[in-house]
Ligand binder design. Structure first.
Ligand SMILES: O=C(CO)COP(=O)(O)O
Length: 254
């Protein structure tokens, strides 16, 4: 089964109403490959989700950057999966390293969130990735496998999951993983899925790369056989995000 190229724009905690309108207008005017070639998902902060959803071109969709781990209720400051569904938000990013590291979200907690969000009908961009220290000590695959396992053991099916490999040392640092480094970990994740979930899931699950992706380095990364797209931070706020979306054609034209 062919894996459709996926480009996510994670705006993180950035933007004003004026900036949001400007970015969305730029995206709307852009000529990009068709929906058959690339799936584009924009993830603004919660407060801008309704605005972005209203203004965004119909061939792109939106994602929240987080949601509560279970059914909503007395959880001050949280936003539940049910609310996202109610608003017609199809996607949610879960397990981003900024939340794992700054807010101490454990593998189990992220796994629970992914399972709950899926059970409510959301599609999930689940993030995994090692720190520099873990990479340097040779623990990259053990870390990524443990993060993936905590998700895999809680979910009944995979069609609504995209896995984002985001090495922490590459996020916001300008230090992008080389195409070889990215391909190496993506292959390992696919092998892990093959052994621990199924051959079908390994073949069909999209594994996207995140960490200092920009207009200049995206094509070479996209050319890697196991890189099925990107989760873009800083560059998703800039016009070069359009070039990153266009890198999807590398898969069709070679
Ligand atoms: O964390 C990221 C996307 O989720 C990557 O961020 P940057 O593209 O800014 O490195």
């Amino acid at each position: 089964m062919a894996r459709k190229f996926f480009v996510g724009g994670n705006w993180k905690c950035n933007g004003t109403v004026e900036e949001v309108k400007k970015i969305v207008t730029t995206l709307s005017e852009a000529e990009v490959p068709s929906e058959d070639v690339v799936e584009v998902v924009i993830s603004p902060p919660f407060v801008f989700l309704p605005l972005v959803k209203t203004l965004l071109r119909p061939d792109f969709s939106v994602a929240a950057q987080n949601c509560w781990v279970r059914k909503g209720g007395a959880f001050t400051g949280e936003v539940s999966a049910e609310m996202l569904v109610n608003l017609g938000i199809p996607w949610v990013i879960l397990g981003h390293s900024e939340r794992r590291l700054l807010l101490n979200e454990s593998n189990d907690f992220v796994g629970d969130k992914v399972a709950y969000a899926l059970s409510q009908g959301l599609k999930v961009i689940a993030c995994v990735g090692e720190t520099l220290e873990q990479r340097e000590s040779g623990a990259t695959m053990a870390v990524v496998a443990a993060q993936t396992k905590a998700i895999a053991e809680r979910i009944p099916h995979w069609p609504n999951i995209v896995l984002a490999y985001e090495p922490v040392w590459a996020i916001g640092t300008g230090k992008v993983a080389t195409p070889t480094q990215a391909q190496e970990v993506h292959t390992e994740i696919r092998k892990w899925l093959h052994v621990n979930v199924s051959a079908e899931v390994a073949a069909s699950t999209r594994i996207i790369y995140g960490g200092s992706v920009n207009g200049a380095n995206c094509k070479e990364l996209a050319a890697q056989p196991d890189v099925d797209g990107f989760l873009v931070g800083g560059a998703s706020l800039k016009p070069e995000f359009i070039d990153i979306i266009k890198s999807a054609t590398v898969k069709t034209t070679g």
